[in-house]
Write a protein that binds this ligand. Structure first.
Ligand code: E4P
Length: 217
């Protein structure tokens, strides 16, 4: 399973990169606006430090606007993946971008049927938003499971990129389903690392060792 970081924050990106866990980054207009400053400089820097795909999202809502933006976004680096919203105009743009060989990530996907449309049109990634569905008492991961089955039934190469992740259980479920990628907030990666029994166990090992060393003197 590939781990992407769901952020536009450079400190978070560099920290996870140092851990060796960074396979890519996803951004969106909200995450980008949180960083403030000049988004173009920020996007270019992200593309530079990440050795893997970086999703940058269009903000236009017509096919023409999205294609124009996509052409600009890919100039930030060879690793850019253009994020397109799951709307009719987005699908039109997706077809065009696929034909041009531009990598795409269809975002704001909330049903397996939407994912199927994106896969048919050659999306590189499809992003089901699991957390936002869970918040409405609908299982986000159930949809991801169905997407996996549909893509496998037809041999679609589109990668399932689990998004809107809220907690480590989403990571476990992604692995069990066999989705290709998960994009995680920095806080969830840190939660994955820690277990109280690990901390407790290590403290006991070190205390026992120290006592043993004192005895040996
Ligand atoms: C995915 O690429 C999105 O940026 C992200 O996962 C959205 O999640 P949210 O529901 O936390 O905004």
């Amino acid at each position: 399973m590939q781990f992407f970081l769901d952020t536009a924050n450079l400190d978070q990106i560099l920290e996870v990169k140092e851990l060796g866990l960074l396979d890519g980054v996803t951004t969106n207009p909200t995450l980008m606006s949180r960083e403030g400053g000049d988004w173009r400089t920020q996007a270019a820097r992200i593309c530079e430090v990440v050795d893997g795909p970086v999703s940058l999202e269009v903000v236009g809502t017509t096919r023409e606007e999205m294609i124009k933006e996509a052409k600009d976004l890919v100039s930030f680096g060879d690793n850019v993946v253009v994020k397109i919203p799951m709307i009719a105009e987005g699908l039109k743009a997706l077809k065009d971008l696929t034909e041009r060989g531009i990598k795409t990530n269809v975002t704001l996907v909330f049903s397996p049927a939407q994912a199927l449309l994106a896969a048919k049109l050659g999306a590189t990634y499809v992003s089901p938003f699991v957390g936002r569905l869970d918040a409405l008492s609908q299982s986000g991961m159930e949809g991801v499971d169905q997407m996996r089955t549909i893509f496998d039934n037809y041999g679609y190469a589109t990668k399932i990129l689990v998004a809107s992740v809220r907690h480590p259980l989403h990571v476990l479920e992604t692995g069990l389903i066999g989705a290709d990628v998960i994009t995680l907030p920095h806080s969830t990666i840190m939660q994955l690392l820690h277990h109280p029994l690990t901390d407790k166990g290590l403290a006991a090992f070190l205390a026992d060792w120290e006592a043993f060393q004192k005895e040996a003197k």
